[in-house]
Design a protein around this ligand. Sequence first.
Ligand code: GLP
Length: 248
Amino acid sequence: MKIFREKDYDAMSRRAAQVIAAEITHNPACVLGLATGSTPEGAYKYLVDWYKKGCLSFQEVLTVNLDEYVGLSPEHEQSYRYFMQSNLFDHVDILPDFTTVPDGLAADLNVECAQYDDYIRSQGYAALQLLGIGRNGHIGFNEPGDCFIKETHVVDLAENTIDANARFFASRDDVPKQAISMGIGAIMNAKKVLLCASGEEKAEAIYNTVCGPITPKCPGSILQLHPNVVLVADEAALSKLTAAGVAV
Ligand code: GLP
């Protein structure tokens, strides 16, 4: 695992955006696996900025997103489709048909999950998969549990994930209780994984991901088995690793 230690959120965002931009420059028709949440917002801002300056084009890029809340429409301000439109897609030259987010309103969620996996497989998996991490170590919405789930699936959100995400909603009761999440299989099949983290509240999850046991109790820990992971994190998110004497 290659680790970039950055001073703060802005530096982390810039570094992450540089890794993504490098991927697009190297391979303009790449498949990008994208993530939502507060962590990648800053990186998306840099990408939009560089696109507006003419340094970057998304014209041939195809994207697949990690997850979506069950029951939220694309127009709902907290849906991940809405997040992607407002943070990235609406501001760059990506083709709308080349962007995919799971459909949280699908009549049959299991069919939606199976089709999502078929689609990712048919595109040859992501060249680069961007990931944030939950405070409990979740990646996408692969929550801690008794086993790693390979396929895209419907997940009951953990209580602490609902707590963590309540800040985006009017009240905790408004947070959806379920989501569709890309499974561990598609994430691990990405050729490169870019894991980003900022803030002390992620320090334990990052410590467990990087040097804890590989266990579904910390879903991020499976990344230890991936041959090409780049971790971009700020000093606060790396603080438990540095306190333990791990060279970063
Ligand atoms: C969310 C998303 C994840 C994200 C994580 C952390 O619930 N499903 O993809 O990485 O939780 O979010 P944040 O970046 O806002 O801390």
